[in-house]
Design a binder for this molecule. Structure first.
Ligand code: IVH
Length: 707
C-alpha cells in the first residue's frame, strides 16, 4: 500500500499507483456525495485526499491521469425530486444533555407562561427515533403528498416512494379537508442487517447505519427499489390541519393511532419534569432492546393550547426539547494538528486521528477549538483537562454526543513520548502567510487579510452558495473549489458567479466541452444561476457571510429596514458613530454593538464593500414583507415594552407582538410607534411622553391584541 507514504518519499512507480488509487477513490466519493444518500468519506477526508492527489501530480506531472479529480468541475447532472414548500415549517428540536438542562427547560417554559413552580405542567415523553422526518399531506382523507424535511421550509416530493411504505396509510377513515401527519421514517436493526447482507452479496454499497439506509432507501428515484426496502414510519407530530386532532399532545397521538398510523408505544404522559426524567432513565435501560436506533428522548409540553402560546424560535419550538443520550468515548492516537482557515479568517485547529470507532461511527478528525484549548485553558483562562495540554503523537480520548463534531476529552500523559514538545500555534496564516491577530477577549486567532486571503475568499464563496444562502443547483462547495482554482473560467468572488455565462461565451474553450461537463450540464448550471438572481433581502444579507450576521440577525435587519436601499444608506450613515442611524441600529432588539461593529466594518469603503456593490448590480433583491400583513393595527409597527407585565411574561408579549407583524425594540426613539408600560416603568415612559409616542397599559395592550 502506498497510502501512508509521504509524498516526498514516493518512488515513481508508487506515485503512479497512488494517483490511480486516489483518482478512483475521489471520483467514487464525488459520485457518492452527489448521489446524496451516503457519502463514503467526510468532507475533511475528501479534502485531504484531494490535496494529496494534487501534490503528487505536481511532483510527477507525467503520471497525471486523464480523468484526474483535479480537473473535474461538477458532477454528472442527476435527476432530482421536485421540491415542495411545506405549508407549515418543519422544525427541529433544541438539545439537552444533562438533567439540569431539563430543569432549566421547565423553568423557561414556566417563566414564559407566567406559571409558578407548583402550577401543573404536564409533558408527553417519547423516544427520539434516529431516522429522517417525513410530512404526509392528506386531502379529503387521501394521501396527496409525502415531502422530506429538506431545510425545514422546502423538501423533496417523495410521494411515489412513501406509497410503498406499509406503515403509511393511503386513505384515512375520515375525509378532513387537510390533515398533515409528520413522523419518522426508519429501519429496524434486523432489516438493516438483512439489507446489508443482500447488498454485499450483489457487490453493492453497504450502508453505514440504519439511518443512512433509511435515507438512501426513501430517496430512491426508482420507487420500485424503495418498495424492496423494509422502511417503517412512526407518527409523532402534525403540520397544517383544518380540524384540530385533540387538545393535548398525548390525545393527538392517540387520535393518529385511531386513524391508522403507527405511533410509539413508549410514549408516556408525565405529570412533571421529575416523572419525565424517570421515564428517560427507564427508556435508556431498554434502549438496546428496542430493535431500532434512538438517539435521545423528546419532552413535549402536553397542552396544545400552551404549545401554541409558547410558539417557536427560528428553527425550534419553545415547547419541546430533545434529551440526548450521553456521549460515547474511545482512545486513539493524535497523528497531526492541521489548521483550517474559515470564512471569517478564524484559524481552527483540527486533530487528525488514527481512525477509531466511537459509538458506531468511524472518527478520524476532532475539533481542537483554539490555541487555549490545546494548551488546556478554557475561554476564561481557567485550567481544563487537569492542565494536560494536547500534543502531536499523544494518546487522546475522543467523544461524540449526538451529531456534533467529535471532541477530545482527555490525554494519557503516561503514554507521552519523552521527546514530545508542546504544540506551537502558527503566527502567520498557513494559507496566505499574512499576520494573524487575536482580539482582546476573543479566544480565536484570525488571519487579518480578509478576502485577500484565498482560504477566506473560498470559504465565503462556499457559504454564499450554501443551502440557506443562494442555494444554486449544481454549484456546491466542491464545485466552488474547482472553479476557484480554474484558470479558464474562475470564480474568485460572488459576482463572478453571475458573469459566468457571459465570460464563457467569450472564452475560446467552452465549459460544455470541458471534462466533467456536457452541453446539458453547462446549460443547467447557467440556468440555475439565472434562476437565483432574484433573492429575498434577508437571505441575501445572510449569504454575504458577514461575521455575527447569521440567519436570525439577517432576518431582524431585513424586517427592520424592509428594503436593501434603505439598509445600505442607513449603514453608510451609521459609519458615523454619533449619528442617529448608529443609535437606531444598536437599538434594534436582538442586535448589539458586536453585530453593528461587524456590519460597519464589512460595509466600510474598501474591497469588501466594492465586491458587494458589484454583486448587487446583477441581482434583484426583493423587499422584505412584514409577516402577517393582515390589516391589523400592529403590523409593521415598532413597540417597546417597559416595566413589569402582570398577565404574561415579557417573552410571551414579545413573541405575540412579533406574530402580529410588529417589531420589538429595546429603546424608545422617534421610530417607536407604541410603548406598553407596566408598573415600575421609568425613563422609557418619560422619553415616550417627550417624543409624543403613544403609551398603553397592560389591559389596553391585551384588548388591542384581542386577548
Ligand atoms: S418532534 C416541532 N418527536 O428529531 C417538533 N421529532 O432533532 C418536531 N425526531 O427533525 C419534531 N423522533 O426528525 C419529534 N418523537 C419525536 C422524534 C423527532 C425523532 C426527529 C425529527 C426532527 C429531529 C429533531
Amino acid at each position: 500500500m502506498t497510502d501512508n507514504i509521504a509524498v516526498d518519499d514516493l518512488s515513481e512507480d508508487m506515485a503512479r499507483d497512488e494517483l490511480t488509487r486516489l483518482s478512483d477513490l475521489l471520483n467514487k466519493a464525488n459520485k457518492a456525495y452527489h448521489g446524496d444518500d451516503s457519502p463514503i468519506m467526510t468532507d475533511a477526508e475528501f479534502d485531504f485526499l484531494k490535496k494529496r492527489n494534487l501534490e503528487i501530480e505536481l511532483k510527477f506531472p507525467q503520471y497525471k491521469k486523464p480523468d484526474s479529480p483535479t480537473e473535474k468541475i461538477g458532477s454528472l447532472p442527476s435527476e432530482k425530486f421536485s421540491k415542495i414548500k411545506h405549508s407549515k415549517k418543519m422544525f427541529s428540536l433544541a438539545n439537552a444533555f444533562e438533567n439540569s438542562d431539563l430543569y432549566d427547560f421547565d423553568e423557561q417554559v414556566r417563566r414564559f407562561l407566567n406559571l409558578g413552580h407548583s402550577d401543573p405542567l404536564e409533558y408527553t415523553v417519547e423516544p427520539k427515533i434516529d431516522g429522517l422526518s417525513l410530512s404526509l399531506r392528506y386531502e379529503k382523507g387521501e394521501l396527496a403528498f409525502a415531502v422530506t424535511r429538506g431545510d425545514g421550509t422546502t423538501g423533496e416530493n417523495v410521494t411515489a416512494n412513501a406509497l410503498k411504505i406499509k406503515d403509511i396509510p393511503i386513505n384515512l377513515p375520515i375525509q378532513t379537508e387537510i390533515l398533515e401527519v409528520r413522523g419518522e421514517v426508519y429501519m429496524e436493526h434486523k432489516d438493516f442487517e438483512i439489507l446489508n447482507n443482500y447488498q454485499e452479496s450483489l457487490g453493492r454499497k453497504v450502508f453505514a447505519n440504519p439511518r443512512n439506509a433509511a435515507a438512501g432507501s426513501l430517496r430512491q428515484l426508482d420507487a420500485a427499489i424503495t418498495a424492496e426496502r423494509p422502511l417503517k414510519f412512526l407518527a409523532y407530530a402534525w403540520g397544517e390541519l383544518t380540524e384540530p386532532l385533540d387538545t393535548t399532545q398525548f390525545g393527538a397521538i392517540q387520535r393518529l393511532k385511531n386513524l391508522g398510523f403507527k405511533t410509539n408505544s413508549h410514549t408516556k404522559l408525565c405529570q412533571n419534569i421529575d416523572e419525565a426524567l424517570t421515564h428517560y432513565e427507564e427508556l435508556s435501560k431498554i434502549r438496546s432492546e428496542l430493535g431500532y436506533d434512538i438517539d435521545g428522548i423528546v419532552y413535549k409540553v402536553d397542552s396544545l393550547d400552551l404549545q401554541s402560546r409558547l410558539g417557536h424560535r427560528s428553527t425550534t419550538p419553545r415547547w419541546a426539547i430533545a434529551h440526548k443520550f450521553p456521549a460515547e468515548y474511545s482512545w486513539t492516537k493524535l497523528m497531526a494538528i492541521d489548521i483550517q482557515v474559515g470564512r471569517t479568517g478564524a484559524l481552527s485547529p483540527v486533530a487528525r486521528l488514527s481512525p477509531v470507532t466511537v459509538g458506531g461511527v468511524v472518527v478520524s478528525n476532532a475539533t481542537l477549538h483554539n490555541q487555549d484549548y490545546i494548551a488546556a485553558r478554557d475561554n476564561y483562562g481557567k485550567e481544563i483537562r487537569s492542565g494536560k495540554d494536547i500534543r502531536v503523537n499523544d494518546w487522546v480520548e475522543v467523544y461524540r454526543a449526538g451529531d456534533v463534531i467529535p471532541k477530545i476529552s482527555d490525554v494519557d500523559i503516561t503514554r507521552r513520548l519523552s521527546d514530545s514538545i508542546a504544540y506551537r500555534f502558527p503566527s502567520n496564516c498557513p494559507e496566505c502567510g499574512s499576520a494573524v491577530v487575536r482580539d482582546e477577549g476573543d479566544a480565536v486567532i484570525r488571519c487579518a487579510a480578509g478576502i485577500n486571503c484565498p482560504a477566506q475568499a473560498i470559504e465565503k464563496l462556499k457559504h454564499f452558495v450554501a443551502r440557506k444562502a443562494f442555494d444554486i443547483e449544481g454549484l456546491g462547495a466542491r464545485q466552488i473549489e474547482l472553479f476557484f482554482a480554474d484558470e479558464i473560467l474562475p470564480i474568485k468572488e460572488p459576482v463572478d458567479i453571475f458573469t459566468l455565462e457571459f465570460r464563457d461565451q467569450n472564452n475560446f474553450t467552452k465549459l460544455k466541452d470541458r471534462h466533467g461537463f456536457g452541453k446539458k450540464s453547462a446549460e443547467n448550471l447557467f440556468d440555475a444561476i439565472k434562476e437565483k438572481k432574484t433573492i429575498e433581502f434577508s437571505r441575501f444579507l445572510f449569504s454575504l457571510g458577514i461575521r455575527h450576521v447569521g440567519e436570525n440577525v439577517s432576518k431582524l435587519l431585513a424586517r427592520h429596514f424592509l428594503t436593501w436601499s434603505e439598509f445600505i444608506s442607513s449603514i453608510s450613515l451609521a459609519q458615523n458613530r454619533e449619528s442617529q442611524e448608529y443609535f437606531d441600529l444598536v437599538a434594534i432588539d436582538g442586535i448589539g454593538t458586536i453585530v453593528v461593529n461587524s456590519l460597519l466594518s464589512a460595509f466600510e469603503i474598501g474591497k469588501e464593500r466594492n465586491s458587494i456593490e458589484k454583486l448587487v448590480e446583477h441581482l434583484d433583491i426583493l423587499d422584505e414583507i412584514p409577516p402577517d400583513i393582515d390589516d391589523n393595527v400592529l403590523s409593521g409597527k415598532t413597540l417597546v415594552f417597559t416595566g413589569t407585565l402582570e398577565q404574561m411574561s415579557r417573552s410571551e408579549a414579545k413573541s405575540l407582538a412579533e406574530n402580529f407583524g410588529a417589531k420589538v425594540s429595546g429603546s424608545v426613539s422617534t421610530k417607536t410607534d407604541l410603548v406598553i408600560a407596566g408598573p415600575g416603568a421609568g425613563s422609557k415612559i418619560r422619553k415616550a411622553e417627550e417624543l409624543g409616542v403613544k403609551t398603553l397599559d397592560e389591559t389596553e395592550w391585551l384588548s388591542l391584541i384581542g386577548k
